[in-house]
Design a protein around this ligand. Sequence first.
Ligand code: DQA
Length: 222
Amino acid sequence: ELIWQKSKCGSPFSAKYMPMKKHENILVFGNPAAVYNPQMTVGEPYKRKWTPNKINNMKIAVIQGPNLNMLAVREQHIYGGVTLEQIHAQLQNAADQNGVEIEFFQSNFEGEIVDRIQECLGTVDGIMINPAAYSHTSIAIRDALAAVNMPVVEVHISNIYKREEYRQKSITAGSSTGVITGFGGFGYHLGLISLIQMLNELKALNDARNAQIQAQTQEENK
Ligand code: DQA
């Protein structure tokens, strides 16, 4: 009995769709994004190989948009006094502890961010992105994220819903699995944990589905 088979209708938040199930030591919460999008499976469609060099065997790209290189200098009352380097060092630490690979990228140019997202196809398993001001303007970044079709967490340091009206809509968020906003630099830590959980769930569901297909094929060939 597989969770992803129960995904036909109903609220993703109803108890029925939030079964906490242990699958090969991964607590599967029936993450709606995994349940509703069975196509978005780890290792497919771009067939990234799962190599056993890291415990969790996954790679995450962190992409930072314009002016985030100015953290701890720019508007400290909004973005705090922690530098981007410090945030990345903390993320590297957390990634090491969880046995996942992580790489960092920052650009002030929209096209470079689009290029970096495209490069993620077949090379990483999930993306954590703060598109910064481009969140509110960039259809190109939204489309790039949709094109690579993998788990994406959008992070904002400030709570964009508490700010100017033009910041209250994120165009790019529509291509993300989920959004974390308003927790300061700690939001990146939350984002990392969410991505690892999400990727583990997808892998568990993918493995379970493959095992079921294999069992069915064996049955048919009897
Ligand atoms: C931001 C919010 C954006 O509105 C702003 O343009 C940024 C940072 C945040 O992290 O809170 O540069 O994305």
